[in-house]
Design a protein around this ligand. Structure first.
Ligand code: SAH
Ligand code: SF4
Ligand code: F3S
Length: 444
């Protein structure tokens, strides 16, 4: 391998789409490619290698990738030595077909084959076009978990599990990420210890379904035990995790919200719908009543808990009455923020074959009604924060450059005047006003 490491590094331009899983895989890609002599560049014109780490969760995310590739065609015509590769979830879904569909594409790698990327790039340097998207469902996959790069940042993400076994009927993730597998807790704790040593103060644990961490691994810690171990580490100020499946919120996890002050008072708990009939057809494994009971139990443990969620509108067969139930769920839960999506039909998923798909117009109109209601709720909650004292981890200088910026325990952005020397500290801030995307405050 050594002969290809050139004195002048080659340029890698990497574009990441989709969720935190891809962001964390991209870190791994950068470190793998640096071993081949590639250094990351921010201008695609300076690249010898362009990689897209893609998302396939909705049709729109997938078409974005093809649009992007279309724009790269000209670049390749001008520079035939440029290597173009696609990885991530669209690559996993399409495999070889991508090479056929995009004739100037050089390589395709899957969500389980990051480690083969250097070989694929070497082959591309020799003019070979290759695709490698096999799934690895054995212990070997444990070695493929992305190790975070040495960035010394204050807030870090740590992948603790990958894949999903839930098969919600609308969702492509289990098909493009494979079965659930949990990383060994010893490794996770070791990585976090190193991050804290390099200055990290806030850790977010990542997985498609973190609550089922360790359940399939005999002798492994369960999620609540893992949280307790991490919270006990010196140097850590804050701990977060995402994403949680409502069905898997255990009493042990709820107890963590009561017992662990470092565990932030924010939980992303996607409901997807407020209608029992739709939840059932989505294969979510809980009813509206069960979901609300879980939220209530969490709020008994942590009264100020900020809950965020995901909702899909226009699932096949969703009636106006079903939709009304989703609207009323927003009023009952009072999400501080909501990610809402129009149902998008995905290949291989069960719901693609369900009857009564709704028209684009109906779906769009429901989305707008939902978002209107949510905007009101978000505003009401944020106005309610004015005058309160919030604990804020100061993360840097605000975008306008004249203030410090950080986030509350509940993950709202706060801007505040102060000395940049405070960056990295958790401070008390009195909230003075609320704006659509942030809060303004004063140091106490
Ligand atoms: N594992 C996480 C995230 C899954 S993808 C979880 O279970 O919550 C993120 C969100 O995308 C989902 O919560 C869902 O709201 C949305 N989503 C997934 N598939 C979709 C589809 N086919 N159409 C529209 N939205 C979808
Ligand atoms: Fe998709 Fe459901 Fe798994 Fe989340 S839990 S990734 S929505 S199948
Ligand atoms: Fe998208 Fe793949 Fe994440 S489909 S949401 S990048 S797991």
């Amino acid at each position: 391998m050594t002969e290809i490491v050139t004195a002048t590094p080659k340029g890698l331009y990497l574009e990441t789409f989709g969720c935190q899983m891809n962001v964390s895989d991209s870190e791994k890609i950068v470190s793998l490619m640096s071993e081949l002599g590639y250094r990351r560049v921010t201008d695609p014109a300076l690249a010898d290698l362009i990689l897209l780490n893609t998302c396939s969760v909705r049709a729109k995310a997938e078409s974005k990738v093809y649009d992007y590739l279309g724009r790269l065609r000209l670049r390749k015509l001008k520079n035939s030595r440029l290597i173009i590769g696609v990885g991530g979830c669209v690559a996993q879904q399409e495999g070889e077909r991508l090479l056929k569909r995009v004739p100037y594409l050089d390589l395709v790698f899957g969500t389980h084959t990051l480690h083969l990327l250097p070989d694929l790039v070497l082959a591309a340097q020799r003019g070979e076009r290759r695709s490698s998207t096999d799934f690895i469902e054995t212990e070997t996959r444990l070695n493929l978990f992305p190790q975070a790069a040495d960035t010394g940042e204050l807030t870090r993400f740590v992948t603790i599990m990958q894949g999903c076994d839930n098969f919600c009927t609308y969702c492509i993730v289990p098909y493009v990420r494979g079965r659930e597998i949990s990383r060994r807790s010893g490794e996770i704790l070791g990585e976090i210890r190193e991050m804290v040593g390099r200055g990290a103060r806030e850790i977010t644990l990542l997985g498609q379904n973190v609550n089922s961490y360790g359940v399939k691994s005999p002798g492994e810690l369960h999620f609540a035990d893992l949280l307790r171990e991490i919270a006990a580490m010196a140097g850590i100020e804050r701990l977060r995790f995402t994403t949680s499946h409502p069905r898997d919120i255990s009493p042990e996890l709820i107890a963590c919200f009561a017992d662990l002050p470092k565990l932030c008072g924010h939980l992303h708990l996607p409901a997807q719908s407020g209608s029992d009939a739709i939840l059932d057809r989505m294969n979510r494994g809980y009813s509206r009543t069960e979901y609300l009971a879980t939220v209530a139990a969490l709020r008994r443990a942590r009264p100020a808990l900020a809950v965020t969620g995901d909702i899909i509108v226009g699932f096949p067969g969703e009636s106006e009455v079903d939709f009304q139930e989703t609207l009323s769920l927003l009023d009952e839960v009072r999400y501080v923020d909501l990610f809402s999506f129009v149902y998008s039909e995905r290949p291989e998923t069960a719901a693609a074959g369900f009857p009564d798909h709704l028209s684009r117009g109906v779906k769009q109109q429901r989305l707008e009604r939902l978002q209107l209601r949510q905007r009101e709720i978000t505003q009401e909650i944020c106005h309610g924060l004015v005058g309160t004292v919030q604990r804020v981890l100061l993360e840097g200088v605000s975008r306008r450059g004249d203030q410090l910026t950080g986030r509350t325990d509940a993950n709202r952005i706060v801007n505040v005047a102060g000395d940049p020397g405070l960056i990295g500290q958790v401070v008390d801030v009195v909230i003075s006003s609320s704006h659509p995307n942030s809060l303004l405050g004063e140091l106490l």
